[in-house]
Design a protein around this ligand. Structure first.
Ligand code: PMP
Length: 436
């Protein structure tokens, strides 16, 4: 007999079994068409219906207002790091030109500021890409600088972006130098830091852009507070290859002014994609199909009940409401077990910003209950390696931390049942016994 596998990978991540089974059917014969979904024309009625359905489902799940477009784009998070820069600078540049601000120094798009809040390695990567593309990047908050490492979120009042009359922004508006956007990452997948709030103090003229790759659909979100929300699919949505982008309509540049406005590469252009209903070119059909099956799964009360199983079922909930309740329970019990453990320490000590999706922790032979214990790096790393190997043998997969930081990381996205977290906690206790 094979042991049941629990996949704690950070992405590509676990996909519900029932979704994989449905995809397997559609793989051979898509809705009785007699051909695989991947053989259908993307211009066929069947595919267009699927495309529209997936968009509708996401609208329903996230309660997306009508003045927002939902688009599916090829590529992942990194693709969106660039798309955001191109699209919103083009939009802002156009706004500046159209508003004819007197004396405004707005000839060059490279002068338009773009503001970033850096709370972990993915927002840092987004900054890197914006700089690479030549944008005038301003890091308005750097958690590593402020806190010594990516282990928290500095108070919003300390960010340099908030006040249009503050040090960083004084006189900007008159010169046509209002930032194109304020960017942040809602959940830092590597560092395990998640925003417990939506930034509020920013200038209403500056759209908020958010990377929700690793926590979209895990809790409700007030979309109306955002200019752009994007997410790569391979954590809470489906397989890699597609990203969902939710963009406020008025932020789509018109593309009508082309004198000196930064051109947006077609494949990254929100406007082109929105205008063509995500069917400008051949979309990643299989990834979108899988996403739609995941949305079905979230919206189906029976599937949600099955996800809990008899043991964990509380009451009938669907969609993000079902996910948020379960995610809360899962994260709480895992952090509690880590706190109570003699050898494990959650990397993020500030409870307010601990991610409910990615739980990084360290294991050290220096027991927490022994005040004289001295940590030994080699010994600790050996213990962590033993933990990962033994977990693997027990069917608990992909628990090694991101290669940039090491340690252990348990990713517990929507598809991870509560039972999986209980199995992990049980294993953790057994593992400790070897060292007692
Ligand atoms: N943003 C976040 C929050 C992520 O977790 C990741 C990937 N793990 C990325 C961006 C980059 O995504 P991709 O590998 O699809 O480019």
């Amino acid at each position: 007999t094979t042991t049941q596998k629990w996949n704690f990978g950070a992405g590509p991540a676990m996909i519900p079994r029932s979704v994989l089974e449905r995809a397997q059917k559609g793989f051979l014969d898509y809705e009785s068409t007699g051909v695989s979904l991947m053989e259908l024309s993307h211009r066929s009625e069947a595919y267009e219906a699927l495309n529209n359905k997936a968009q509708q489902q996401l609208r329903q799940l996230l309660n997306i207002p009508n003045n927002y477009k939902v688009i599916f784009m090829q590529g992942g998070g990194h693709t969106q790091f660039a798309a955001v820069v191109y699209n919103l600078i083009a939009w802002r540049h156009e706004q500046n030109k159209l508003s004819h601000i007197k004396g405004a120094n707005i000839e060059k798009w490279t002068q338009i500021p773009v503001d970033y809040v850096v709370t972990g390695s993915w927002s840092a990567k987004a900054v890197e890409e914006a700089r690479r593309l030549g944008a005038n990047v301003r890091v308005v908050c750097d958690a590593k600088k402020d806190l010594g490492s990516y282990k928290g979120i500095p108070a919003e009042s300390t960010w340099k972006s908030s006040d249009p009359e503050g040090e960083l922004r004084k006189g900007d508006k008159a010169q046509g130098l209002t930032p194109a956007y304020l960017y942040y990452c809602d959940n830092e997948t590597v560092n395990g830091v998640e925003f417990p709030f939506v930034p509020s103090m920013h200038d209403p003229d500056v759209p908020l852009v958010c990377d929700m790759s690793s926590n979209i659909l895990s809790r409700p979100v007030d979309v109306s507070k955002f200019g752009v929300i994007y997410a790569g699919a391979q954590k809470n949505i489906g397989p890699a290859g597609v990203s969902v982008v939710i963009v406020r309509e008025d932020l789509l540049h018109t593309g009508e002014l082309n004198d000196g406005v930064m051109p947006v590469p077609l494949m990254l252009d929100y406007k082109t994609m929105a205008k063509n209903n995500s069917l400008y070119n051949t979309p990643p059909m299989f990834a979108i199909y899988m996403a739609s099956l995941v949305f079905d799964w979230l919206l189906d009360p029976a599937a949600q009940r099955a996800q809990d199983g008899e043991k964990y079922y509380v009451k009938e909930l669907v969609g993000v409401e079902a996910a948020v309740a379960r995610n809360e329970r899962k994260a709480n019990k895992l952090y509690k077990a880590l706190e109570e453990s003699r050898f494990c320490r959650p990397v993020v000590t500030d409870k307010a910003v601990r991610s409910r999706m990615n739980v990084p922790f360290r294991i050290s032979a220096a027991r927490k209950d022994d005040p004289n214990a001295v940590a030994n790096k080699a010994e600790d790393e050996a213990m962590e390696a033993a933990f990962v190997a033994q977990a693997e043998a027990r069917g608990l997969l992909q628990l090694a931390g991101h290669r940039s930081v090491g340690g252990i990381r348990a990713s517990i996205y929507n598809a991870m049942p509560e039972e999986g977290v209980d199995v992990l906690i049980e294993f953790l206790k057994e593992f400790e016994k070897q060292y007692s």
